[in-house]
Design a protein around this ligand. Structure first.
Ligand SMILES: *[C@@H]1O[C@H](CO)[C@@H](O)[C@H](O)[C@H]1NC(C)=O
Ligand SMILES: *[C@@H]1O[C@H](CO)[C@@H](O)[C@H](O)[C@H]1NC(C)=O
Length: 332
């Protein structure tokens, strides 16, 4: 047995305290370091997440400030009330008139508070990499970029290199096929053909919100596979160059593949399937479409015959694209 003097005891106690403190210090330092490492990793991922529209729209959905309610809501959001839907327009060629038509569409959605908070514009990525020989095109694209922040539009550039390398011409259908993987964060995306004119945002929203959307295939939810309002129409991108005037796209990851479902509205349902129609359409109550898609002739000019909205559309196009000559068809 070794006798300890009080000095030795106090030395032991002191060094024990020092050891323990050092160890605790080390531990807390380690924890801190791990935490900041996570923060850094999180911050690195942040740009991707903050660009993921679902996160943004979840904020919208929780806008009432009641997080509990939102959590409860999100439990059945997928089955009943989609909160995360987007309008989509798409162009394969930078035709200034068509670009300005899309800008006008987004402006009206924003100004009239569309219930679908998300807006997407899909285009070939090449547009971001070249200066076009036409000033009209460059100006229209600059206006589109400005409009994207003003009206909350996500610009979605798509790499179309794979088509060039295979010698396939770029078509609306092929561009949509290449783009559809980008729609994963949404419950569904509703494409509307450009050029066109939205006459009534509130009625147009009914297309997305008045009837259950098919959404993801789910055996327990009959609307997902037997939906009176939405009729399946596969995207045969190599067979049909053009897209239906209104096209609902739903993309979900499944084990080992991505499920992409495409539907068109059932046009026989009045007040629903006829919300998107040609300009001359009138329902039996004398009501026109909520969104009129315009016919374009072989030269790329919008037909004004039988189009009662042509004049108003042109006038408002000039308001969003001041100084552009929209009658000339400059596109590359
Ligand atoms: C936007 O709202 C105003 C005011 O309610 C209405 O007069 C106008 O027709 C609406 N426009 C569209 C495109 O929905
Ligand atoms: C389209 O709607 C009509 C009228 O409601 C309905 O009778 C018909 O079955 C629907 N079509 C499909 C394919 O569901």
């Amino acid at each position: 047995m070794v006798l300890l003097t009080s000095g030795t005891v106090s030395a032991i106690v002191t060094s024990t305290v020092v050891c323990v403190s050092t160890f605790l210090l080390f531990l807390s330092g380690y924890a801190l370091q791990q935490k900041s490492l996570r923060d850094i990793q999180h911050a690195l991922r942040e740009p991707i997440y903050s660009q993921t529209p679902s996160v943004r729209s979840h904020l919208y959905a929780g806008g009432s400030g009641d997080a509990q309610q939102y959590l409860a809501d999100s439990e059945n959001a997928r089955s009943s009330r989609p909160t995360n839907v987007a309008y989509l327009q798409l162009l394969t060629r930078p035709n200034p008139s068509n670009i300005c038509s899309a800008i006008l569409f987004y402006k009206k959605l924003a100004e009239n508070n569309s219930a679908a908070h998300e807006r997407l514009f899909v285009y070939p990525r090449d547009w971001d990499m070249v200066t076009f020989p036409s000033d009209e095109v460059n100006t229209a694209l600059a206006l589109l970029r400005a409009a994207s922040s003003k009206y909350g539009v996500w610009l979605v550039p798509i790499d179309t290199g794979i088509l060039h390398s295979k010698g396939y011409p770029l078509t609306d259908a092929r561009l949509l096929r290449l783009a559809q993987i980008q729609f994963m964060p949404y419950d569904s995306v509703l494409y509307l053909r450009t050029p066109g004119y939205v006459l009534d945002v509130e009625r147009l929203d009914q297309l997305l919100f008045s009837r259950p959307l098919p959404l993801e295939f789910d055996r327990s939810r009959p609307e997902s596979y037997q939906n009176e309002a939405w009729i399946p129409l596969p995207l045969l991108a190599n067979k049909n160059p053009s897209l239906p005037p209104a096209y609902l796209i739903t993309v979900n990851p499944k084990p080992e593949r991505v499920e992409a479902r495409t539907h068109i509205p059932n046009v026989t349902i009045r007040g629903f399937g006829d919300l998107v129609a040609s300009p001359s359409y009138k329902n039996p109550a004398g009501q026109g479409p909520a969104y009129a898609y315009f016919d374009v002739d072989d030269d790329g000019h919008v037909r004004w015959e039988n189009n009662p909205y042509y004049g108003q559309w042109r006038k408002e196009q000039y308001e969003v694209c001041e100084g552009l000559d929209l009658e000339s068809i400059d596109d590359w």
